[in-house]
Design a protein around this ligand. Sequence first.
Ligand SMILES: [Fe+2]
Length: 473
Amino acid sequence: MEHSNKKHAILLIILTAIAVLTVVLVLVITNIGRGRNRAGTKLLNIAVTFGDDPCTQKNFSWYTEDDSQNAVIQYYPASESDKVGAKFDTSRAVTAEGFTERLDTYIPKAGEEYSASAALEPKSYTRHAVFVTGLEPGMRYMYRIGDGKNWSDTAEFTTAPDSSVSAGNGFSFLIVSDMQGYIYSDYELWGKVFGKAMDKCGSPAFMVNLGDFVERQDNALVWNYYFGLADGLENVTTVPVAGNKEDKMFLKYFLLGSQDGITGLNGYYSFDYMNVHFTVLNTGDGTKDLSKSQVKWLKNDLSSDKAKNAAFRVVLVHKAPYSDRNHADDSEIVKIRQQLLPLFDEYGADVVLEGHDHYYFRSEPVVSDGTVKAEYESSSVSAGGEKIDVFKLQKSSTGSSGVFYFMPGASGVRQHSKEFRDMPEILAARSIILNDPTFCVCDVTEDHIYFRTYEVDRYKLTATPVECWGIQK
Ligand SMILES: [Fe+2]
């Protein structure tokens, strides 16, 4: 009898353990990639972007599954002791409200979440968005977002210093690109790359993402993975570039400008951060090359006083106009090359940051239509723990001093390895097939801009330099 009771007790313990394990597993799976569950409401896809003026404006957007029509942010200037994740001090907070819209999108059918070609079913979310204005330049703020009752954890953002601040102390920003995943594990890797990038950079002024955030833009679950698996992304301002994979949904995940957030924007814009003028293009707004209206805007932008007075002019673009592999000889890329290179030569740009091709490429500094190498002096310095090859350009007889086309590689699972036809007309200084994802740290001071690119071993999670180079003025 006693023996039988003992057996029953053991059986009961085993069954209880199985039940507890099952509940834990279900909880983990239902929350995976759907954002962290904060204060009873799920805030997904938190995106922080610059407004029209990075010194005084910041834009916020996020998604919820419920149909709450409130979009509220609270924020206050941070003291040194204020920390991310600490208790939010409502007594110091200013409140701002924005707008919401209900979005009809899709998620994988149950049981297909782990399939790259998952069948999708309709799913609605509420998009919340707030434009914050009137901020102090060069200030760190603590913030939280929510519907007025349920709030996110305490996070932080920082505004750009105004023009009275010398760029002598400099700033750093991150460059990532083409994570372009299908499923959860793809974005686990992206999350690790983001973590390594943050370790290397400390606190970046912002993070440029050169586009192709997702493989299937209508699959909202994959966007949840992009935002949800990069721990701390809500503390980093993103400078998003529209990739060909998100032509329709780009402006639904990133709030740009300072309009109504729904209309009036075409995914191209520019901004100034200290001594650098950034011009962000949308290579998907025309039929093959860039639309006429975007080209007109680009000419105006590059000839503006802000661009002319900047120490450096950096152009961000998804489809690489100048590279020597993968898409480099696609007919649409050839058209974009013919369209953009003469403009950069005539109006001036120092570096064009490129995505789309999923490998590492740096051109020689080129003038004219990219077939002529600019004159330069080279040297090397130590900075950021690395040896940096530095180029000092000289003005050519045409007045142009040369443009570097630079692709730091893809920050996700897909690295392209195909060899393509020889392209001797493309003046490549580096053209490197990669095994693993990369990120790039860019360090800027008054007279130099350095790019340190690291490849992250996907198993050992070590970050090894691919190339470190820069421009000296
Ligand atoms: Fe692409």
